[in-house]
Design a protein around this ligand. Structure first.
Ligand SMILES: CC(C)(COP(=O)(O)OP(=O)(O)OC[C@H]1O[C@@H](n2cnc3c(N)ncnc32)[C@H](O)[C@@H]1OP(=O)(O)O)[C@@H](O)C(=O)NCCC(=O)NCCS
Length: 202
């Protein structure tokens, strides 16, 4: 694994519907999986994630998205442990001193069971330990799920809507983030079975 790979962000998690996912920091070996996911994604997902334009899926783009330093740039991948298929990716990218932009996408078959929430909480914990105090996101103003996710990043913040594009910034609240991670830990400790199986590291 690359230098600085933070193993402490590997976890198995039971989602609200009982399904299990494995979550780990992204790795360069995820590039083909990510390329396939972007090519297979439905138009609505691409429109919401990339605000209109579908990116051209070049090897350089995939390398950029999957090679991070786990400090200034951080990304998590979630996979179905039964198939090894990726089901979600969440990331932050630097915007300004202490400020990072968050983006998350969850496979439609895995939505509404708390996966994006868990990923954003884990990103927030990573960010706080890496000198980032504010999360920002840019999304289509009509995107109700993201409007709801805003609150999770640490309470009310500033938001601005210009020509249907919404932008928000919130100061991360360490107490709230710590409580959220404790809750994830408790859900994980409730799991029976062998230690985590993390795709790509078998
Ligand atoms: C936005 C997105 C990441 C949410 O993922 P998710 O795993 O379904 O989110 P969660 O299950 O953690 O839901 C968190 C909260 O968001 C809200 N929410 C999620 N989907 C919603 C929907 N379709 N309608 C209204 N509210 C919704 C709910 O309040 C939900 O909490 P609840 O289920 O307890 O009511 C997912 O819909 C997605 O990938 N969309 C396409 C890409 C995108 O828009 N990314 C964001 C911009 S970068």
């Amino acid at each position: 694994v690359p230098a600085g790979y933070p193993r402490d962000f590997e976890r198995r998690l039971h989602l609200r519907d009982g399904r299990l996912v494995v979550i780990r920091p992204i790795l360069p070996v995820d590039a083909p999986m990510l390329g396939q996911a972007i090519r297979a994604a439905d138009r609505d997902t691409l429109r919401r994630r990339f605000l209109g334009g579908q990116p051209s899926v070049t090897p350089a783009l995939l390398a950029h998205l999957t090679t991070v330093d786990y400090v200034r740039r951080f990304a998590l991948a979630a996979a179905d442990p039964e198939t090894g298929q990726g089901v979600a990716i969440a990331r932050y990218e630097p915007l300004d001193e202490g400020v990072a932009e968050v983006a998350v996408v969850v496979d439609p078959a895995w939505r509404r069971v708390g996966l994006a929430t868990a990923l954003v909480e884990m990103l927030a914990a990573a960010a706080l330990d890496r000198g980032i105090h504010t999360f920002s996101a840019v999304y289509l103003a009509e995107n109700r799920p993201v409007a709801a996710l805003r609150a999770l990043a640490g309470g009310p913040g500033r938001s601005l809507i210009t020509q249907s594009i919404a932008e928000f910034a919130v100061a991360l609240n360490r107490a709230q983030v710590t409580a959220a991670i404790r809750d994830l830990d408790e859900r994980e400790h409730g799991l029976a079975g062998p230690a985590a199986v993390v795709p790509g590291r078998r």
